[in-house]
Design a protein around this ligand. Structure first.
Ligand SMILES: Cc1ncc(COP(=O)(O)O)c(C=O)c1O
Length: 388
């Protein structure tokens, strides 16, 4: 069976040049970057080159890039590190949005249990955080504001630059989770104006388990990994040299191909979306149709349980994902679609198609060929009445 992978927001396959570089570094650069001798200095040069590439990808300075174990650690470090550094100032308030990734949501919950006051901003029907919502949430006590650059489920890109100006005018530190934009669309820390920005290599054809946190020079951040003072004392632990090298190559590859690939994927995504809307009745696109990453389409299917559709598509060789999660036999609605105010039935029946380098027009045609039949079959099995 030919399989179609349309789940690139979950993870991407390793690019060939990245795999080659990782293999070469694993074999040849075994030194510890902290060692002063030849072997150590070679490994340090590998890490430094990757740091320059990652800095260039996001428009920052290499000295501002801290390598981490991925997006989750970067988000944890940003929020906990900035909040704890500001604790003595008496600011004990954190602001974020209801559509953030769990790496942010659950970190905020944990901080909330430790006495931090948390405000979760509502989002509009298309998933955008508004200036009004932020203005209404900010207080003189606000320490950190965290608003994701693009959402992983619906792809909506937030007006981070505008929101950052408002938050900084009230003296808050601003973090953005750019895990779903870095490598896909231009990301520039200066244009965004933020203090902290998280990225993850496996979302742009790099390896899993490596990411970076960009920290604006001069910002105080309390490290939560203490030890041998690697990464300028901010993230201790011997660097994962090969994975970091792979992330560097992936960053350079993304920069080289970004404009061309974004246009190609947007055209494929639009073709997929239009043909699904035309051929499958009872479908609707979720999120902002204009302000979104080029590879993502989130579609609700009336009278369908997303999990069932995902499994049925997988049996046909099509890999997609759902925002809702099936836990202990009950279908959890997507927290993102819920925060957007969608009715209950729309929050449990959405499928995310996220495209990437491996996809072609033939993949789109294959999905469009199997989808109507799969949906019809599932609908014929459900006793839920047709919604008017
Ligand atoms: C928006 C967003 N933030 C954070 C993460 C977590 O990144 P990682 O898998 O590298 O821990 C993801 C991954 O799904 C994501 O989509």
């Amino acid at each position: 069976m030919t399989r179609v992978y349309m789940d690139h927001n979950a993870t991407t396959p390793l690019a060939e040049v990245v795999a080659d570089r990782i293999t070469a570094v694993l074999r040849e650069e075994f030194g510890n970057p902290s060692s002063v001798h030849h072997f150590g200095q070679r490994a340090k040069a590998v890490v430094d080159e990757a740091r320059s590439a990652v800095a260039e990808l996001i428009g920052g300075d290499p000295s501002e890039v801290i390598f981490t174990s991925g997006g989750t650690e970067s988000d944890n470090f940003a929020l906990r590190g900035a909040a704890e550094a500001l604790e003595p100032s008496g600011r004990r308030h954190l602001v974020s949005s209801g559509i953030e990734h769990e790496a942010v949501l659950n970190t905020l919950k944990a901080l909330g249990r430790r006495g931090w006051q948390i405000t979760m901003m509502p989002v509009g029907a298309s998933g955008l955080v508004t200036a009004e919502a932020l203005t209404a949430s900010l207080t003189d006590q606000t320490a950190v504001v965290s608003i994701m650059h693009a959402n992983n489920e619906i792809g909506t890109i937030q007006p981070v630059a505008e929101l950052t100006r408002l938050a900084k005018a009230r003296g808050a530190v601003v973090h953005t989770d750019a895990v779903q934009t870095a490598g896909k669309v231009p990301v520039n820390v200066k244009a965004l104006g933020v203090d902290l920005l998280s990225i993850s290599a496996h979302k742009f054809y790099g390896p899993k388990g490596v990411g970076a946190l960009w920290v604006r020079r001069g910002l105080r951040l309390l490290p939560f990994m203490t030890g041998g003072k690697q990464e300028r004392g901010r993230r201790s632990g011997t660097e994962n040299v090969a994975a970091i090298a792979g992330m560097g190559v992936a960053a350079r590859l993304a920069m080289a191909k970004m404009a061309e690939e974004a246009a190609r994927l947007a055209a494929l995504r639009d073709r997929l979306e239009q043909r699904i809307l035309q051929t499958v009745p009872g479908t609707a696109v979720n999120g902002d149709p204009d302000t979104r990453v080029p590879n993502t389409s989130n579609i609700s299917f009336d009278r369908i349980e997303a999990e069932s559709l995902l499994i049925a598509l997988d049996l046909e060789g099509v890999a997609v994902s759902t925002g809702s999660a099936c836990s202990s036999g009950t279908l959890e609605p997507s927290h993102v679609l819920k925060a957007m105010g969608l009715p209950a039935h729309r929050t449990q029946n959405s499928i995310r198609f996220s495209l990437g380098t491996v996809n072609s027009e033939a993949d789109v045609d294959r999905v469009v060929a199997v989808l109507p039949g799969v949906v019809d079959k599932l609908r014929s099995l459900t006793r839920t009445p047709v919604r008017g």
